[in-house]
Design a protein around this ligand. Structure first.
Ligand code: NAD
Ligand SMILES: O=C(O)C(=O)C[C@@H](O)[C@H](O)[C@H](O)COP(=O)(O)O
Ligand code: ZN
Length: 361
């Protein structure tokens, strides 16, 4: 088992990564779980893992749970209210722990429940998708979607612990695995040229779920994210680099109806647009631009944006991005493999042309 710490002073927390961790949860989480535990999961994950988790935690804990509907479309106000209704009906107090068992949808929603129930209770993440293991379970961004934009309602609320059992990936559909690779590739592009080169060589092994390679990719991703979050917990500056591809990607997810494009797929197409803009602006070499596209394609990810979104719609959706400051959209653009920058200085015509070109790739 490997352990990484997110260094946030008194709110620091461990990320444990390994095989066979769910059955050993009680010992993994000894110091991190309150007596009253409230598990939030979804229909699919409950079928696969809820009993295992309950068994691992009994009899030391009082356990209640809420099973939400499966899918991005359910990361909404209704599921949020239903989860709270369950917590209140079960008479859970402020001294409970909310446990998220599932992918990023469950994790984001459960995190927001934990952040807001009785003004904040403890929270533990048990991520079961590749995407949630490398990204959403770490860093404390919690949220639900609004029909007009992704993650528009939420809070920063760090977990007490994250336990990543790589065995969960055995049951994950291939399309979801690929979606997780998008956020892994993101780390290589924005922060780590050596990791990007490793991904170029090992992408097939990741697609085949080679245990050593997957563990290395998860640990490296979590370490990169932990470093960024430790330096800028609330996205006042450099944390925005973790949003590479998201200004465009979130617009794609919202415009196409939540769940039609997976988050990772939309981020992949968003990173292709960001790379294209960077190339038009001569911020990145053609060679690095090509390497980004090649790796995304090798991971089986889309590099084309949908052609159904009109330019005014792009503008409206991107205008709701949470990085907007003083009415100006701040774009994250790659400047080389392993480096990115945040800029407002891109003309509308360049953007429109790049979005059109990525549609035509
Ligand atoms: N908070 C953050 O920092 C952050 C970071 C990245 C993404 N996100 C959010 O995460 C969400 C995407 O997360 P996701 O890609 O995990 O999607 P998801 O949570 O919808 O999970 C994908 C699918 O896999 C199923 N599933 C989960 N674990 C499984 C398993 N082990 N075996 C079989 N099926 C399983 C789920 O039921 C679902 O159908 C988006 O809402 C995105 O906005 C948040
Ligand atoms: O942790 C972060 O910071 C990220 O930006 C990670 C992203 O992968 C993630 O999708 C996040 O939820 C996007 O944040 P948002 O602030 O744009 O909603
Ligand atoms: Zn993301």
């Amino acid at each position: 088992m490997q352990q990484i710490t997110v260094q946030l002073g008194t709110r620091s927390y461990p990320i444990s990564i390994g095989s066979g961790l769910l059955p050993m949860l009680s010992s993994q989480l000894k110091k991190h779980l309150r007596r009253q535990v409230f598990i939030i999961t979804n229909t699919r994950v409950a079928e696969l893992y809820l009993e295992k988790v309950k068994q691992a935690l009994q009899p030391d804990h009082q356990i209640n749970w809420f099973i939400m509907q499966d899918g991005e479309a359910y990361k909404n106000f209704e599921s949020y209210q239903q989860a709270l209704d369950h917590l209140i009906t079960a008479s859970y107090g402020r001294d409970c722990t909310v446990v998220a068992l599932g992918g990023g949808v469950v994790g984001d929603l459960a995190g927001f429940v934990a952040a807001s129930y009785q003004r904040g209770v403890d929270f533990v993440q048990l991520p079961t998708t590749l995407l949630s293991q490398v990204d959403s379970s770490v860093g404390g961004k919690t949220a639900i979607n609004h029909p007009q934009g992704k993650n528009l309602v939420g809070a920063f609320h760090q977990p007490q612990a994250v336990v990543i059992d790589i065995d969960c990936l055995q049951t994950l559909p291939e399309r979801e695995l690929k979606a997780g690779l998008a956020e892994i590739i993101k780390y290589g592009i924005m922060a780590d040229a050596e990791f990007f080169a490793w991904l170029e060589t090992n992408i097939k092994k990741l697609l085949e779920l080679d245990a050593e390679s997957i563990t290395y990719a998860i640990a490296t991703s979590c370490q990169i994210k932990a470093n960024v979050v430790a330096g800028d917990e609330r996205e006042k500056g450099q944390r925005a680099l973790l949003n590479l591809g998201h200004t465009f990607g979130h617009a794609i997810e919202t415009a196409s109806g939540y769940g039609n494009w997976l988050h990772g797929e939309a981020v992949a197409a968003g990173m292709a647009i960001a790379a294209q803009v960077a190339q038009c602006e001569e911020l990145i070499s053609n060679q690095d631009y090509q390497r980004i596209l090649r790796l995304l394609v090798a991971a089986g990810l889309p590099v084309n944006a949908p052609s159904t979104i009109s330019w005014p719609e792009w503008q409206q959706l991107m205008g709701r991005d949470k990085k907007v400051q003083a009415g100006q959209i701040r774009y994250v653009l790659p400047t080389a493999i392993g480096a990115a920058k945040i800029t407002t200085d891109i003309s509308d015509s360049t953007l429109q042309q790049c979005v059109a070109e990525v549609r035509a790739l």
